[in-house]
Write a new protein. Sequence first.
Length: 294
Amino acid sequence: MSNSNAGNWLLSQNKFEHNIGKKLSRKAITVSVTSGKGGVGKTSISIKIARMLAEKGFKVLVIDCDYNLSNTFIKLNLPIKDDFNFLISGVKTFDECIYKDGNFHLLAACSGDLDLFDREIHLDQFILNLLLQIENRYDYIVLDSPAGINKQAMTINAYSDYRLVVVTPDKSSITDSYSLIKILNKKYGVKENHLIVNKISSEAQYKRIVQIMSETVENFLASRLKIMGGIGRNNRAIDIFDRELFDQSKDLHKDFCNIISRFTEESLGCCDDNHCGNLNYGCVDDLKHEVLNQ
């Protein structure tokens, strides 16, 4: 597919056309991990999902779309580089810019790059054109989307085959995630998203958030919200949390087994019998009225 076709699709979305049923043909399954607000664990979840898919034999690429505030290298304890800027500038090729660990590949963004800051970056155009060039090389491409509802991030979300919306029990996370889903629905014609509930303390809390989000999306947007599962709350420091997140012996890994099993069953039509573990959940204030009346 030509770059001009990608540009035409992008232009149509920025004009807020509502029908995205006629998608560009591609091989890789694109997955945007997104959220209404920051600090919900989106980057850690992106890396964990990609790692687990890679361990199952799929070739997976993570693209850090927060192009000048990268956290992916930090999460993986790797040195920060400016390769994303070099790729945009044409100084380096895609293969020269990615980190490789077996089936797991990463295109990390920059962190406070002054040259990149001074440039006018059309991130959505760049990402879509990049996807067209590399999609036949991967089984999954995971897009770690910037938080919030800026147009470039929303276009990337709308283009993806799957949108995993990460929400926490925090009231602002729930309301902001609903706003994100609403704009995707009203401005881009997106009728289906997937929900991951992070940092939950009890089953009652998990069920309540799922009910609030599902009923609100269905009743007010006539849209569907598929539930991927929940991830138990961990009160340890962030660096310890990340180490435990990538440790297969920990309960956090078991939570992700359930999510990956559901996701691969839907995206590939196959079921992973190795999913395991029970989820740990918690309690939340009555948020339904606030969400419904947003």
